[in-house]
Write a protein that binds this ligand. Sequence first.
Ligand SMILES: Nc1ncnc2c1ncn2[C@@H]1O[C@H](COP(=O)(O)OP(=O)(O)OP(=O)(O)O)[C@@H](O)[C@H]1O
Length: 120
Amino acid sequence: MKNRGMRQRLGFAWEGIAAAWRNERSFRIQTIFALALPVALLLLRVSAVWWALCLIIALLVLAAELFNTALESLIDHLHPEIHPAIGTAKDCAAGAVLLLSAGAVIVGVIVVLVALGVLS
Ligand SMILES: Nc1ncnc2c1ncn2[C@@H]1O[C@H](COP(=O)(O)OP(=O)(O)OP(=O)(O)O)[C@@H](O)[C@H]1O
């Protein structure tokens, strides 16, 4: 399974994203927010730095959600039984998504305040 071509690797990565879209409601919601983001940034008329910051944090949230989904999928397959350690692992993964989502909300509020001239 090693040393596959770039096209095949991209296909695997795309399949992972598509699987998360099919199976995870939260990933679908986050993706819709990320797709709406460029429209919001165009309307707010913010600088390139704000574009970069907002797009990076939106992609980080999506990436964290994919890691969370990967971990859940792996754990549920390898160890379907209840165990406190599994609970901790899943809670930590969910916590990582929560922290990045909170960061995205904070950046979103700041960029709106900057666009409105409340902050500089
Ligand atoms: N096998 C397990 N053993 C112990 N606790 C578990 C186990 N599976 C789930 N849990 C607990 O239940 C919580 C929710 O688990 P679940 O797998 O439903 O994740 P979820 O984030 O709700 O999933 P999804 O993102 O698919 O909605 C976990 O964060 C964990 O606290």
